[in-house]
Ligand binder design. Structure first.
Ligand code: NAD
Ligand code: MG
Length: 396
């Protein structure tokens, strides 16, 4: 039996992971589940999957969960806070940890799983964006295995030869092409200023959490993914291109020196990369609908519009600046997206907040976790002030 812990079990990726695991109860056992504050959903998941440990980041929520579990006669232990999340991440009974907390909150628990030498199924791209070099060094030092869940990176991984970690140029790779659906506003004719959160969250091809949905609408998601690809595959940003492909059938491609391009195609269903990484190097059923090429009929490709979607340009600049810049970008973006979702910020001001933070906090070295977390804190303060000033009518 393979023991699996899910960090972020109640989210979109967490729920999809439980769906895949439940197809092979003879092979997988759920060891721990964690969530932020959704007591009812984690309670139901505990009854259904019987983990040893359930963790709520929120202490009051953890107390409520514990009471409900005791009343239901469920033996699952309960813990809380970041300590609880880290306890779950490092439990010796788990071979495999799905890192599916959204945002910077996932960094410390995910690093704990890395340090425990687990097989990490990485959905939480923000952790790698914030702390790329440090994260990858910990993976190497602790013999952890890092498998990408992000559909694009999972596709690239599937199109690379097994020896790619010797260096992309050594295995003949010329380019990595990350595909993007273009999000809900690819063809919107007019200004994006008046976009509402519900419109930004209505992704044409994928059902996802609200934060990543907004990131897809601004294309910051693709920017985060460029940085994620740099660290996962040790790829120079000049080797990474973004291709808008509205059908979301090709999940990404690798171009080789001889002119060959390898692509991975599948229905847009996150259970496919999840099942791939769970079973790797074998294969398992995912429950996803099979791709019917006659229904797809055609595949379209366009260049991204960097004027309409400045976040993609900003991300390329941040990865080239290096050091703390990606952590600053990520934190400012999280604050801006949160404010937008609460109707406190215009959609078109999201990139403005991020650029203001990057200008105010020039890149410094980010060689320790403390340096990264300090940059994250400073960027959050800076972005918060920008949003407050603009609400007061002060030109930020
Ligand atoms: P979601 O919002 O649906 O779920 C997030 C999960 O994280 C929930 O379980 C929530 O309880 C937990 N969480 C939130 N804040 C927390 C905190 N402060 N402390 C502890 N736990 C916290 O998000 P999602 O769409 O499942 O995305 C999760 C991650 O996977 C993100 O990093 C996202 O970029 C990445 N990802 C998602 C998809 C997708 O299809 N949903 C695809 C690719 C990558
Ligand atoms: Mg993706």
């Amino acid at each position: 039996m393979i023991g699996v812990t899910i960090l972020g079990a109640t989210g979109s990726i967490g729920v999809n992971t439980l769906d895949v695991l439940a197809r092979r109860p003879d092979r997988y056992r759920v060891v721990a589940l964690t969530a932020n504050s959704d007591v009812d959903r984690l309670f139901e998941q505990c009854l259904l999957h019987g983990p040893d440990l359930a963790v709520m980041a929120d202490a009051a929520a953890a107390e409520r969960l514990e009471r409900k579990l005791v009343e239901a006669g469920c033996v699952t232990r309960v813990a809380s806070g970041v300590e609880g999340l880290c306890l779950a991440a490092g439990l010796p009974e788990a071979d495999c940890v799905m890192a599916a907390i959204v945002g910077a909150a996932g960094l410390v628990p995910t690093l704990t799983a890395v340090r425990a030498g687990k097989r990490i199924l990485l959905a939480n791209k923000e952790a790698l964006v914030m702390a790329g070099p440090l994260f990858m060094e910990e993976v190497r030092a602790n013999g952890a295995v890092l498998l990408p869940i992000d559909s694009e990176h999972n596709a690239v991984f599937q199109c690379l030869p097994a020896e790619y970690s010797r260096g992309l140029s050594r295995v003949g790779v010329r380019r990595i092409l990350l595909t993007s659906s273009g999000g809900p506003f690819r063809q919107r004719p007019r200004l994006l200023r008046d976009v509402k959160p519900e419109q930004a969250c209505a992704h044409p091809n994928w059902v996802m959490g609200r934060k990543i949905s907004v990131d897809s609408a601004t294309m910051m998601n693709k920017g985060l993914e460029v940085i994620e690809a740099k660290w996962l595959f040790d790829a120079d940003p000049d080797m990474i291109d973004v291709v808008v492909h509205p059908q979301s059938v090709i999940h990404s491609l690798v171009e080789y020196l001889d002119g060959s391009m390898l692509a991975q195609l599948a229905s847009p269903d996150m259970r496919i990369p999840i099942a791939h990484a769970l079973a790797w190097p074998e294969r398992m059923e995912s429950g996803a609908e099979r791709l019917n090429l006659f229904d797809v009929a055609r595949l379209d490709f366009e260049a991204p519009d960097l004027e309409r979607f400045p976040c993609l340009r900003i991300a390329f600049e941040a990865v080239r600046a290096g050091g703390t810049a990606p952590a600053v970008m990520n934190a400012a973006n999280e604050v801006a997206v949160h404010a937008f979702l609460e109707h406190r910020l215009l959609f078109t001001d999201i990139p403005a907040v991020v650029e203001a933070a990057l200008t105010a906090l020039p890149a410094r070295a980010a060689t320790t976790l403390d340096m990264v977390l300090e940059a994250d804190r400073e960027a959050r303060a800076c972005a918060g002030k920008w949003i407050q000033d603009s609400a007061l009518g002060v030109m930020p």
